[in-house]
Design a protein around this ligand. Structure first.
Ligand code: 1CP
Length: 348
């Protein structure tokens, strides 16, 4: 029960944390992946002011403001720290840039030379401290990191192309070198998460956005094993930290991931049937998800019906409402307002 004691002592009944402990709160708490970002006019103005996307990430005051914008507008139960998964490869010495209107670009990768310089990430932790100080005690600050496999995809590929063929071949043909990369990343991810918790994050999410590209044997090596190590080591350093694992696209491997990693919560993608996930994973683990971002973007009756369907499944179980992947940039903010209204009006 160490977990429950820590939370009641440090956090005044945050519904997100209670749900991650396995409790069924009267309201279903919610936040959205990519709740900050370009679909919000106030974010676009802030980004303009900062210069580039990375300038925004490394400016504690502006990053804190970007984090708080959706919380203010939609009264979400959690703030997710405004940052990016690619600040970690950058702090390990690889070049990272974002050209306007394009995705990320990464420089040449030298695995032997990678070394985490935590000092470079100090502005990220400063932003977390500012957010925690500004949030009401009932709201949770969620820290995050990319998981080693997903980070390796960007680091080897040099860009995000959705299929990451170069990375998948490298992991098979150069297994020893790839294992060294994953080991370094496992350590760096853990250190990055520990610092975010120390700076005020009440829970952390591990984004393995490209987990679904791997067959089971490789999934076990590059997704499961690192996640297990990260959860165990994080809890050694900051006992009781709730971790939400998000192995997007894990499909039939979701239940094994939930059982073996020891995550407190599991992010379910939109393609995975929620009722199936609940049946297969038992009632202890908190599920999070899984509204299709396209349905949120479209709004209207499709949105109303899908939200009702998800809430019905979530009724008697620990559950955090979220999307199955990030908010699309063309999403009308009014659709998110409608979603927030539906969720606030729902009682179990
Ligand atoms: O302003 C802009 O134009 C930049 C757009 C943007 C934003 C708002 C990027 C570039 N990153 C972010 C913020 C971000 N990224 C957050 C902030 C908190 C929030 O959710 O509100 C988080 C948690 C991330 C995580 C992230 N970055 C992931 C994992 C989640 C996912 O979407 O699968 C990944 C894969 C990235 C890489 C990345 N950063 C940005 C883009 C466009 C991408 C995807 C690149 C690609 O593969 O196409």
């Amino acid at each position: 029960m160490a977990l429950a004691i820590r939370h009641t002592a440090q956090h005044v009944s945050q519904d997100v944390l209670l749900s991650l402990e396995g409790m069924v709160t009267p309201k279903v708490p919610f936040w959205l992946m990519r709740q900050a970002g370009r679909y919000l006019p106030e974010y676009r103005a802030l980004r303009e002011k900062a210069g580039g996307f990375l300038d925004l990430c490394y400016n504690p005051e502006l990053a804190a403001e970007a984090t708080l914008q959706p919380v203010r507008r939609f009264d979400t139960d959690a703030a997710i720290l405004f940052s990016d998964i690619l600040v970690l490869p950058q702090a390990m010495g690889q070049e990272v840039s974002f050209a306007p209107g394009e995705g990320p670009r990464l420089g040449a990768l030298d695995i032997a030379q990678l070394e985490l310089n935590l000092e470079k990430l100090k502005p990220v932790y400063d932003a977390a401290r500012l957010v925690r100080a500004a949030l009401v005690p009932q709201k949770t600050l969620i820290g995050f990191s990319g998981a080693p496999w997903t980070l390796a995809c960007y680091m080897i590929e040099g860009e995000g192309n959705g299929s990451f063929e170069k990375t998948r071949l490298f992991a098979i043909r150069n297994e020893a070198a790839f294992a060294r990369l994953i080991d370094k990343l496992t350590e760096a991810v853990t250190a990055h998460l520990v610092e975010q918790v120390k700076a005020g994050a009440g829970a952390v999410q591990l984004f393995d956005s490209w987990a679904g590209l791997l067959p089971k044997t490789l999934f076990m090596k590059w997704v499961m094993e690192p996640a297990k190590k990260i959860v165990a080591e994080l809890r050694k350093q900051v006992p009781g930290t709730p971790v939400i694992g998000f192995p997007r696209g894990a499909g039939a491997l979701y239940p094994l991931y939930a059982a073996e990693t020891g995550c407190s919560g599991i992010g379910i993608d939109s393609q995975t049937p929620l009722a199936w996930a609940r049946r297969e994973m038992g009632a202890d683990v908190c599920l999070q998800g899984n509204l299709d971002p396209a349905i949120l973007c479209a709004g209207g009756t499709a949105l109303e019906m899908e939200v009702a369907r998800i809430l019905d499944i979530a009724r008697g179980q620990p559950f955090i409402f979220n999307l199955g992947h990030g908010v699309w940039k063309d999403t009308p903010p009014e659709h998110v307002e409608r979603l927030a209204l539906l969720l606030r009006g729902f009682r179990r």
